[in-house]
Design a protein around this ligand. Structure first.
Ligand code: SAJ
Length: 402
């Protein structure tokens, strides 16, 4: 009989993972503390938009391979996909592990010998050990269960593909746990499954996202330097990238999303003295957003802008996710400054309280346009022509790519 699987947390990772496993004919009893989410999923409706997810969810529900609950259901394998937010109120933001702690407390009551517990949430080094210790304190004999860390590594917008195709890193609290968890991933992943220990797996995930943050910081710093010389940054980067060993990323309005803008802090808060480059990169990327705000305000004052159109609100192109979005910070700051901002985002379907307009509506109302996110809808010849007579500040290379 195939193992019963419980996926805990039905967000950006838990829901696609549940649906994928259900498509491989695993029986999934998933859970989420949000009643509304549970209800939607049981009706076969998604609460996040991700290519391919909708169709697979409907199939999983109608064939009875996936059921959602408020409480964690007794199973053989538990996959923890709950959020690990960070506490922004302190000088150095630090991770908030309360969701993992709550899940572990619940698991303490239902685990049985032979069960496998896998943590997928991005977590600071030592979190898997913390789960083991908490279970032990709660009276669970952790010698009889397996506990491992296996970070998710998928990119929003291509999750369903990457869940199967990407390599996975599995680090158990002991060799047996590593083996058991690796075998499980090998049953549905086409990429390689790399075995290591839990601390290496935890730091590896943080390293990958910090690597990207540091490299985006380099691009963002270059863009500010280029402005001082009146050099086109994108042309410069294109030429520099022709060198066989140079690969500079794209500058933008800062780094958003729930991963790259957050995860480096999990390293920094634990290693303040030894993570100066990672910390500085985080600061450069945060500062880039302030720099953009300053540039827009300077221009608006010069032009005596009445209505300003901001194109793009999500944290990156072609997703509907606004978590840690620098575009939102920019819009708020411009409004606080007293500017009348009209937002356009074809991916958001009026879901925000920021007030959304269509592109057509803002053409008539605004003379000053700011492009913040390079959604595919903005990369059109038509828009390019229409904006010819407008004042345009393009911070994400939309116009140079049309
Ligand atoms: N960005 C730039 N310039 C670039 C690339 C990205 O400014 O050249 C910005 C984006 O606009 C966005 C932010 O960086 O605001 C992050 O976007 P992203 O596409 O780089 O990454 P995420 O946050 O969507 O997903 C990352 C991925 N990590 C890596 O590529 C190392 C993904 O594989 C992880 O699974 C995910 O974080 C996660 O969940 O941790």
């Amino acid at each position: 009989m195939s193992k019963q699987i419980s996926v805990i947390g039905l967000g950006y990772i838990g829901l696609p993972t549940s649906v994928l496993l259900a498509s491989k004919k695993y029986k999934i009893k998933a859970s989420d503390i949000n009643e509304e989410v549970v209800q939607l999923i049981n009706e076969g409706k998604v609460h996040i938009s991700e290519p391919g997810l909708d169709h697979l969810l409907k199939e999983a529900i109608s064939r009875g391979f996936l059921e959602a609950y408020r409480q964690i259901q007794k199973s053989d394998i538990y996959i923890i996909c709950v959020p690990t937010p960070f506490n922004k109120s302190t000088e150095i933001p630090s991770p908030d592990l309360s969701h993992i702690e709550n899940v572990t407390a619940e698991l303490s009551l239902i685990l049985k010998p032979g069960d496998l517990v896998i943590l997928e949430s991005t977590s600071p080094v030592g979190t898997t050990e913390m789960i083991g210790n908490q279970l032990k304190e709660n009276g669970v004999n952790i010698e009889e269960i397996s506990i491992a860390y296996c970070p998710e590594r998928v990119i929003p917008g291509n999750i369903m593909e990457e869940l199967v195709g990407n390599d996975r890193i599995v680090g158990g609290l002991n060799l047996d746990s590593t083996k058991k968890a690796s075998d499980f991933y090998r049953s549905f992943v086409n990429g390689n499954v790399i075995e290591t220990d839990s601390k290496t797996a935890e730091l590896c995930k943080l390293t990958e996202n910090s690597f990207r943050d540091v490299n985006i910081a380099f691009a963002n710093e270059l863009s500010m330097i280029c402005e001082n010389y009146e050099i086109d940054t994108r042309e410069l980067i294109e030429i520099a990238n022709l060198h066989p060993r140079v690969n500079i990323l794209d500058p933008g309005i800062g780094v958003g999303g729930h991963c790259i803008a957050v995860d480096p802090w999990f390293i920094i808060s634990d290693n303040l003295e030894d993570s100066k480059l990672i910390k500085t990169s985080r600061e450069v990327n945060l500062n880039k957003t302030d720099w953009v705000i300053k540039k827009i305000i300077e221009r608006a004052e010069y032009l005596k802008t009445k209505n300003i159109a901001c194109l793009g609100l999500t944290y990156k192109p072609d997703v509907d996710d606004i978590r840690e979005s620098p575009a939102i910070d920019i819009v708020k700051s411009l409004r606080d400054y007293g500017l009348n901002v009209l937002c356009v985002d074809p991916n958001l379907n009026l879901r925000t309280d920021l007030g959304l307009f269509s592109l057509e509506e803002v053409y008539d109302k605004c003379d000053h346009f700011v492009i913040l996110v390079s959604h595919k809808e903005f990369k059109s010849e038509e828009l390019f022509k229409k904006l010819k007579d407008k004042e345009v500040q393009d911070f994400c290379g939309v116009l140079s790519n049309t």
